[in-house]
Design a protein around this ligand. Structure first.
Ligand code: SF4
Length: 398
């Protein structure tokens, strides 16, 4: 047995850093907001950027990082955005990258921003954070700054399978962090939304749908108030884009969303939201390859998904399954995988190590990383459809 102090996280960090080496900090606009409907809008404000992105997480993300704004610019961006709405939507998503991380949003800036929002007509404020950063005290502070409003913490979990999150997505937290974030958020008087990714590289589409279905179930059982499902977009300067360029990964079809919904228990439908069905123009984000629509009438297909988003009834989607395009997509993806998930990952890692990193790194650590992969799988992996090694436990955080 070879031993080493490195993990796959080191490999991915270095690979992503290499892929982002040409990405420069961008000048943020004075304000950025979007209204998606009369009742839902978004305000993004600039910050120093996501610490994880700078370190080389996550394999799919490239929102970039802006030139560091002053505290006044951050607060002003929210004030200008609020003023830009004809009528402030009832539900407002308001975030930098991680609103609860003082490195991203300094505490005093956070306070001032939530004071501004307290005086708006929005009844619900949603902000993003990272599971290992969420704490009772930080959430409680936000709740107290927003009297009479519902505060929601949204966390990008992607999958409730620790192994897949580690080896395929490269997010540095575990189900224990997620569990703690759910419990502490709810104890502090806020709601929690969990973001899940469908169309994860290294997995077959069937495996990814299986994972999404079990992640939806486990998220709700652990106490999530809503689950937000994202189809994978492939953004330039990311490891996913590199896999795409090398013919190893393709964008998913939006059928993965339809199947994830229809295979999830109908009792969850009204609390499932869909996001990023189409590419969103966002400050700093790179060009991306979007999911495909494999249906003869794209407008009809998208309007069914939008309608699901509004009314939360999966039956709206069921007639789509009668189409020949669905049958074709289903039979295309139903071919059995030629190898196991871990063997497929094991075939790609050396290419990442050799082609993206200095070859000496892989020569020194590659064999150990592959041993780690196999032992992680042997010791924790049950099957994708059962949720992997350390499932989220049903929560009791009321
Ligand atoms: S997905 Fe979220 S945590 Fe990961 S790099 Fe992007 S903004 Fe940061």
């Amino acid at each position: 047995m070879i031993t080493s102090h490195v993990t796959v996280s080191d490999l991915y960090n270095l690979a992503n850093q290499a892929l982002r080496s040409n990405v420069h900090r961008f000048t943020p606009p004075p304000a950025w907001s979007q209204s998606h409907s009369a009742d839902f809008g978004e305000i993004w404000f600039p910050s120093i950027g996501c610490a994880w992105w700078e370190n080389g997480s996550c394999n799919m993300c490239n929102y970039g990082a802006s030139i560091s704004p002053t505290p006044e610019q951050m607060i002003q961006a929210v004030a200008l955005s609020l003023a830009s709405f004809d009528s402030v939507p009832g539900v407002l998503w308001v975030s930098a990258f991680d609103n609860l991380d003082r490195r991203d949003v300094p505490v005093e800036v956070r306070h001032q921003i939530y004071r501004l929002l307290a005086n708006s007509n929005a009844h619900t404020i949603i902000s993003e954070s990272y599971p290992s950063i969420v704490s009772f005290n930080k959430v409680k502070e936000c709740v107290e700054l927003l009297p009479g409003k519902q505060f929601v913490v949204e966390i990008g979990v992607e999958s409730t399978n620790d192994l897949l999150r580690t080896w395929c997505i490269h997010k540095n937290f575990t189900n224990d962090h997620i569990q703690r974030a759910i419990i502490q958020t709810k104890q502090a008087g806020a709601e929690i939304y969990i973001n899940l990714l469908v169309g994860i590289p290294f997995l077959t589409m069937d495996e990814s749908i299986d994972d999404a279905v079990s992640s939806v179930k486990e998220s709700f059982e652990a106490g999530a108030d809503s689950v937000v499902i994202f189809p994978c977009h492939i953004k330039e300067n990311t490891l996913y884009y590199w896999l795409y360029q090398h013919g190893i990964f393709q964008p998913p079809s939006l059928w993965v969303i339809v199947e994830t919904i229809l295979r999830s228990n109908p009792k969850y439908w009204s609390r499932i939201k869909l996001a990023w069905l189409e590419t969103k123009n966002h400050p700093g984000s790179s060009a991306s390859i979007k999911p495909t629509i494999d249906y003869e009438n794209e407008e009809e297909f998208m309007s069914c998904l939008m309608e699901f988003n509004e009314i939360g009834d999966g039956e709206i989607l069921r007639p789509l399954l009668n189409s020949s395009s669905y049958s074709k997509w289903r039979s295309d993806i139903s071919l059995p995988a030629k190898d196991s998930t871990q063997n497929r990952i094991a075939q790609i890692l050396p290419r990442i190590g050799i082609e993206l990193l200095d070859g000496t790194w892989w020569a020194e650590h590659g064999e150990y990383i592959l041993q780690l992969l196999m032992s992680d799988w042997d010791s924790q992996y049950l099957s994708v459809s059962t949720g992997g090694g350390s499932p989220l436990r049903p929560g009791n955080a009321a």
